[in-house]
Design a protein around this ligand. Structure first.
Ligand code: GDP
Ligand code: K
Ligand code: MG
Length: 298
């Protein structure tokens, strides 16, 4: 350890779909958190690690803070609010707009409860005119006394280096928490299940909303170290959904499987034999037991 190393925890918060996972993936340089156009894609707290010569940043990507509609929603809000109490800094992402909704005001009120520094990132500035950005900054200044406000584009990597520089200003001096080549402490099984879920969400488009989960039944590398066998189940809420997920002559499931396999092979850097099943579990989103069973309990 270098005496001048800084290390700390940073929570990324913000409404669903503002680009939290995209930003974290960009900063870490490898795909960990899944992203999609559907809100609430991120259900669990994902911890990723950024290491450089200045020290180490541990990012916690939280599910969005919003009003819960069911048990899964409640669980996601809990994770988000919990995270805020255990970090050195909060990175709050918003859309480029002068309209500040009830959701944003709710987050601002939550943040006033503690002393943790807050950096506001106005993301997706690639979608607006440069001269508009000052107005967004002014609007947000009125609801909270931010330590910094940074306009950025997570998708294009614009100003993301400024975000890293600013984060280090607020981290305490201290040793690193993880090895320098660690990028996540999320178990590989969980990452694999998130990849399958992402591919399913993409392939199914708008047909099936949030009612799917993926459980990994087994994941085992063959003794030759060149192939991993994975068996996974996609869980949905209705028989009709099961039909859609399987598709005509199994075409949909095949597409989900081959897209997922391609990405998992890339991640594991070896061949993958992926077997997918589909199961119906009615109302799993309202069952504490099933939510825990599918790995959403931390
Ligand atoms: P999260 O729910 O906050 O984690 O949001 P995601 O990272 O899943 O992103 C939601 C959508 O916004 C995805 O389609 C992203 O590609 C898109 N997105 C994220 N960042 C940017 C950005 O800087 N510019 C633009 N144009 N799109 C973005
Ligand atoms: K999303
Ligand atoms: Mg996300």
């Amino acid at each position: 350890m270098n005496e001048k190393d800084k290390s700390g925890f940073v929570a990324i918060i913000g409404r669903p779909n503002v680009g939290k996972s995209t930003l974290m993936n960009h900063l870490i340089g490898q795909k960990i958190a899944i992203t999609s156009k559907k809100p609430q894609t991120t259900r669990t707290k994902i911890r990723t690690v950024y290491t450089c010569e200045r020290g180490q940043i541990v990012f916690l990507d939280t599910p969005g803070i919003h009003k819960a509609k069911n048990k899964l929603g409640e669980y996601m809000v809990n994770v988000a609010e919990h995270t805020l109490q255990e970090v050195d800094l909060i990175l709050w992402l918003v859309e480029p707009s002068t309209f500040i909704g009830a959701g944003e005001r709710h987050i601002a009120e939550e943040l006033k409860e503690n002393q943790i520094p807050v950096i506001l990132v106005i993301n997706k500035v690639d979608t607006v005119k440069k001269e508009e950005v000052l107005a967004f900054i002014d609007a947000y200044r009125k609801i909270y006394d931010f330590d910094e406000i940074i306009p950025a584009s997570a998708l294009r990597g614009e100003n993301t280096d400024v975000i890293i520089d600013s984060i280090f200003k607020y981290l305490p001096y201290g040793p690193r928490f993880y090895d320098e080549d660690t990028i996540t402490d999320q178990p590989m099984r969980q990452i694999v299940s998130e990849i399958i879920r992402e591919k399913a969400l993409h392939a199914l488009d708008e047909e099936i909303p949030h009612g799917i989960a993926v459980s990994i039944e087994s994941m085992k590398e063959r003794p030759n170290g060149k192939l991993t066998d994975i068996e996974a189940t996609i869980v949905c809420e209705r028989d009709s959904h099961k039909g859609i997920i399987i598709g005509k002559k199994g075409a949909m499931l095949k597409k989900i499987g081959s897209n997922a396999r391609y990405e998992i092979e890339h991640l594991l850097d070896e061949k993958v034999n992926l077997k997918l099943w589909v199961k119906v579990k009615k109302d799993w989103r309202d069952s504490d037991f099933l939510i825990k069973n599918y790995g959403y309990d931390k």
